[in-house]
Design a protein around this ligand. Structure first.
Ligand code: ADP
Ligand code: ASP
Ligand code: MG
Length: 423
């Protein structure tokens, strides 16, 4: 008998009909002789709606209370799903994150899993039942409080349970057929990838491909869990995210795995910074103190006349207000002139392990953007990724032309998107 962990995203359980459809699928897997542990997300856009509601009540809700509120979403989905499965004649028991032993640190809103003690889940499957676990949530032993793992965190719950239970596979069910060469909701000519390395998937997820949550990919890589990303709306084979053994030949790997877009970032420019040693250190110490996770940094050449320079960096839009406030209060110390905040940027990233050994990738990328008349505002690279910042309103065009320039377009017609609102 093999143990399978299946995770169903919000778009797969958006309404009562979808919950019944998913329940049928789970029952089929159980009846085929497998032990099944299911991780479920909140229905549809519930998490966003709860967040909107909280923000209407107060602009900056307390982390503890926000986690209490948001975890209610998964609790609703898990109970309804367990009811639906039972009505089909298979025993099912739902568990909150804390009941399922998802032990985390105390960081509300982005807690990390520190231990998994799935005793009750194991007992349920030993008794022949399907165990349904609420995704995205955990419990901190020190504070005794409920935590959440960050947006998209149900993927991490599934991987952590798969690792702790020694599952043969962790299936991530969503509203598209797998991982594509770019977001099929944005670019319909995107092509489904059959097999991708966890290294490339990690870069794509970090660059904004929300089909998998970055921490889930990291966790799967560290614990050797194989992920199978597939649609809950059909039985097609999806995408396998694999951890190749060191030294395994990569000759068949394509040059480029995919293109990702990220519209969640903003840019802060610190204008008129004295061009003397120590200023960058002061600025980024201040930024770090505000808790922001910065990404790209660009320092312009200074004007000899003024001896001043501008420093720009990108950060999540949501970290903007706190970071601006922190810099403003250190203005006299640092000695800069003004701050600019730009939340109309888009980041495009090209990812591929083949970049390591192939020259000319950046030249081709910049040429494709130039030919489309797209201006590049910032550039950053890693060993297997090149990212550029453009205006937000042309990001779709930018991704489309780059996707075509690198021969990633599908030959089998348009990609299907089966559900979800893209929110
Ligand atoms: P779920 O509700 O199942 O968690 P998500 O909305 O979190 O689903 O993730 C699935 C969505 O991710 C797809 O509908 C698609 O729009 C988006 N996406 C972004 N990049 C990619 C990609 N490279 N491949 C597939 N889907 C992608
Ligand atoms: N419901 C949570 C979210 O929307 C967790 C998840 O879906 O993975 O972020
Ligand atoms: Mg998701």
């Amino acid at each position: 008998m093999s143990l399978i962990v299946q995770k169903y995203g919000g778009s797969s359980v958006a309404d009562a009909e979808s919950i019944k459809r998913v329940a049928k699928r789970i029952v089929e897997t159980r009846k085929a002789g497998n032990e099944v542990v299911v991780v479920v997300s909140a229905m549809g856009d519930t998490t966003d709606e709860l967040m909107d509601l909280a923000n209407k009540v107060v602009p900056q809700p307390s982390g503890r209370e926000l986690d209490m509120l948001l975890t209610a979403g998964e609790r609703i989905a898990m109970a309804l799903l367990a009811m639906a499965i039972k009505s089909l004649g298979v025993d099912a028991r739902s568990y909150t994150g804390s009941q399922a032993g998802m032990i985390t640190d105390a960081q509300h809103g982005s807690a990390r899993i520190v231990d998994v003690t799935p005793g009750r889940v194991r007992a349920a499957i030993d008794a022949g039942a399907v165990a349904i676990v609420a995704g995205f949530q955990g419990f901190n032993r020190g504070t005794g409080d409920i935590t959440t793992l960050g947006r998209g965190g149900s993927d991490t719950t599934a991987v952590a349970l798969a690792a702790a239970l020694g599952a043969s596979v962790c299936e991530i069910y969503t509203d598209v057929d797998g991982v594509f060469t770019t977001d099929p909701r944005m670019v319909p000519s995107a092509r489904k990838i059959d097999r991708i390395t966890s290294e490339e998937m990690l870069e794509l997820a970090a660059a904004g491909a929300k089909v998998l949550y970055i921490r889930a990919v990291e966790y799967a890589r560290r614990h050797g869990v194989t992920l199978h990303v597939r649609s809950s709306f059909n039985n097609n084979e999806g995408t396998l995210v694999v951890n190749p053994v060191d030294g395994e030949s990569n000759v068949e790997e394509p040059l480029i795995a995919g293109v990702a877009a990220d519209l969640s970032q903003a840019k802060i420019t610190v204008v008129g910074v004295p061009d003397i040693p120590g200023k960058a250190a002061q600025i980024f110490t201040t930024v770090a103190g505000s808790g922001a996770n910065i990404d790209m940094i660009v320092q312009n050449g200074s004007l000899a006349l003024t001896g001043r320079t501008d420093i720009s960096f990108t950060l999540p839009k949501t970290d903007g207000p706190a970071t601006l406030a922190a810099l403003e209060s250190a203005k006299d110390d640092i000695g800069f002139e003004t701050l600019q905040f730009d939340d109309q940027i888009g980041k495009l990233s090209l990812v591929g392990a083949g970049m390591r050994t192939n020259a000319g990738v950046s030249a081709k990328l910049f040429t494709a953007l130039f030919e489309a008349g797209i201006n590049i505002e910032m550039i950053s690279t890693s060993e297997i990724r090149i990212s550029v910042v453009t205006r937000a309103d042309i990001i779709k065009q930018a991704v489309t032309v780059v996707h075509t320039a690198f021969d990633l377009d599908s030959n089998d017609g348009e990609a299907q998107v089966y559900g979800g609102t893209g929110r």
